[in-house]
Ligand binder design. Structure first.
Ligand code: 13P
Length: 212
């Protein structure tokens, strides 16, 4: 293992523990992956993000085959869909965070924008769109083409009745984006049914031009 990979393993464990400590994941929910020069690291299936062991993270080759470490997350295909659709993606974070998942359970959620772009940081971290993917059971590989198609034009998706998946250009950025998405979902729920002022298309275009 290279020195660089050791540092990435340590960072993934640290960020997983931080997400868990603050309630962004509970039990063994959620999974995190990182792209390496010659493959990927992903959290083991049924592991708690709060208690990861850097030496036991699942190591995958460039074709997502398991090389070493514990058995990978059953949602490897979810991460693969993002990496294949988005060459810029260096990390993917999937959570069952409460507020985003609540919105993913709303019968009248807008499939194109279930969480409206109310704040600049949502647009800067997630982008202008957050497609809602129809329901699939966790671990169902049939989800991959649906996520891949959406990820071609979106950095993150919301899985109906399940939770968010976000990608970003670094592990830290992916964790920041997952946190920002959860806060945006909380705002959307607090403001549900009120007369909100969404960002205008011009304000969104300005943010994407500056930070996109
Ligand atoms: P894994 O434990 O296999 O990663 O699955 C957890 C999860 O979040 C399922 O949606």
């Amino acid at each position: 293992m290279s020195d660089g990979e050791g540092a990435i393993r340590a960072r993934l464990v640290e960020l997983g523990a931080s997400l868990f400590a603050r309630g962004f994941s509970v039990g063994s929910a959620g999974n995190i992956s990182v792209r390496l020069d010659d493959g990927y690291l992903i959290t083991p299936t049924n592991s708690s993000l709060g208690r990861l062991d850097p030496a036991r993270l699942a190591r995958l080759d460039a074709d997502f085959r398991h090389l070493a470490g514990d058995k990978p997350s059953k949602e490897v295909f979810m991460h693969r869909a993002f990496y294949r659709a988005r060459p810029d993606a260096q990390a993917v974070v999937h959570l069952h965070s409460t507020m985003a998942t609540a919105i993913a359970c709303l019968a009248d959620a807008d499939p194109e924008n279930p969480i409206p772009p109310l704040t600049p940081y949502f647009v800067m971290r997630i982008g202008a769109r957050l497609p809602l993917i129809p329901y699939f059971r966790p671990g169902d590989p049939a989800m991959e083409p649906a996520i891949h198609a959406a990820a071609l034009t979106a950095r993150a998706v919301l899985l109906a009745n399940h939770g968010p998946v976000v990608s970003a250009a670094s592990l830290s950025d992916a964790v920041h984006a997952a946190e920002e998405l959860e806060e945006a979902a909380k705002l959307a729920l607090i403001l549900r049914g009120t007369n909100t002022r969404a960002l205008t298309p011009a304000q969104i275009a300005d943010l994407l031009g500056t930070f996109g």
